[in-house]
Design a protein around this ligand. Structure first.
Ligand SMILES: *Cc1c(COP(=O)(O)O)cnc(C)c1O
Length: 425
């Protein structure tokens, strides 16, 4: 860790907290973050020369593992032609066609540079199209660092937004209502009270930024029904789940058609890309055809689009979802078994290549359940796993990811290491 420590010390003098995105700083698990020198397939090589099996996968994007040859060569080919044009380029049309064909609810799509831009623009579009201002979100769902979405429940005031970050005027947060995920009655009641003012509902269909939470049967269907009844825009934030759980995301798995979908992460093949799309009628409200303004100097960047095309094409060609799910199940079963032997109360929600660990007696259905879990156990597990060469997300509230580059051997090593790490708690 000598080199990582030296880099982090220097970084901390130059960059707030030494990082460009807070969770990378290891604050919630303690210790100094390692720096990554290079990454290939399922492995990271640290600046200190250690090799780690990676279950963070750059926080979601790397579904094909690190630096896959197909994406590398797509970027190299695009690079020969130039890095940015500021005019339309052919890659934009190709990726748009691909995304519209993969994601069931999309008729049109607009590309931007991050998931945050995608959700921010989606709620602006919902407000612009409906002429209403209230946005409904769910506690524990993360939609990037958008002002009016950085709000969760203030204790005791579930439906009155309190800003989660300094620097967000109360007036912005006041247009946000926060509900508990999976609470159908609360959603119905809120719509009954102020449905006519609700511009939209934004939801991670499978919340994956608060551990991993799965919907109760009927929950997402009810949100669809309420939005339809009250003329509100249903926004699925599939920045995390899109292209990961199925080619068409959760909406394909559950057969629900949102009005708008926010995308990111996998869609850029490891380069910074976001996108949002939906019904033509809604998307036509965007500039330059409609009155809702949205723009970006580097949006549709040719290198990023080429990387995204390669990532999406690989998914369609290889259809890896069953294989990923089997690996996810194997890890889940092994963790549950090890916890049982040790007498630890553990929940391992898993779907496809995503899983999370909650040290809790009962299944986690919402934010309140999630924050009641025993996070000190997770801290110990994280460091015990890292000592054994396995990199889990450095926070109890993040989801673990498996990539197609994880081979049976990696999973076996990981299961052995994680089992030993659990037993060390
Ligand atoms: C990561 C994430 C975002 C934000 O995306 P960025 O590219 O980090 O801005 C938004 N929504 C969800 C569900 C995410 O997981």
């Amino acid at each position: 860790m000598e080199r990582s420590k030296a880099l982090f010390e220097k970084a901390s003098r130059l960059i707030p907290g030494g990082v460009n995105s807070p969770v990378r700083a290891f604050r919630s698990v303690g210790g100094t973050p390692f720096f990554t020198q290079s990454a290939s397939g399922s492995r990271l090589t640290t600046a200190d020369g250690r090799e780690l099996i990676d279950f963070v996968c750059t926080w979601g994007p790397a579904i094909h593992g690190h630096n896959p040859p197909e994406i590398k060569s797509a970027i190299a080919e695009a690079l020969e032609k130039g890095t940015s044009f500021g005019t339309p380029n052919p890659y934009e049309v190709e990726i748009a066609e691909r995304v519209v064909s993969m994601v069931p609810s999309l008729e049109q799509v607009r590309f931007c540079n991050s998931g945050t831009e995608a959700t921010m623009s989606s709620i602006r579009l919902a407000r612009g199209a409906t002429g209403r201002s209230v946005i409904v979100k769910f506690a524990g769902c993360f939609h990037g660092h958008v002002d009016s979405l950085l709000v969760k429940a203030g204790s005791g005031a579930l439906t009155l937004g309190n800003p989660d970050s300094a620097g967000i005027p109360a007036a912005f947060a006041a247009e946000t209502r926060v509900l508990e995920y999976n609470d159908l009655a609360a959603a119905e009641e809120l719509f009954k009270k102020e449905g006519e003012s609700i511009a939209g509902v934004i939801v991670e269909p499978y919340p994956a930024n608060c551990g991993l939470i799965l919907p109760d049967p009927g929950f997402l269907e009810k949100l669809r029904e309420l939005c339809t009844r009250y003329g509100s825009v249903l926004i699925f934030d599939e920045v995390m789940t899109g292209f990961r759980l199925a080619a068409g995301g959760v909406q394909e798995k559950v057969g629900i058609t949102p009005d708008l979908t926010a995308m990111g992460k996998i869609i850029g093949g490891g380069l910074p890309v976001g996108a949002f799309g939906g019904k033509r009628e809604l998307m036509q409200q965007l500039a330059p055809v409609g009155p809702v303004y949205q723009a970006g100097t580097l949006s549709g960047n040719p290198l990023a689009m080429a990387a995204g095309i390669a990532a999406l094409r690989l998914l369609v060609e290889t259809n890896p979802y069953d294989r990923l799910d089997k690996m996810g199940q194997a890890v889940r079963d092994a963790l549950l078994e090890a916890a049982k032997e040790k007498g630890l109360a553990l929940q391992v929600p898993q779907t496809g290549s995503m899983f999370a660990l909650f040290f809790s007696d009962s299944p986690v259905r919402n934010y309140t359940d999630a924050i009641a879990s025993q996070t000190s156990h997770f801290k110990t597990l994280f460091h015990e796993a890292l000592n054994r060469g396995i990199y889990l997300p450095p926070s109890a509230y993040e989801t673990c990811f498996i990539s197609t580059a994880h081979e049976a051997g990696d999973i076996d090593i990981a299961i052995e290491g994680l089992t030993a790490a659990l037993k060390a708690i």
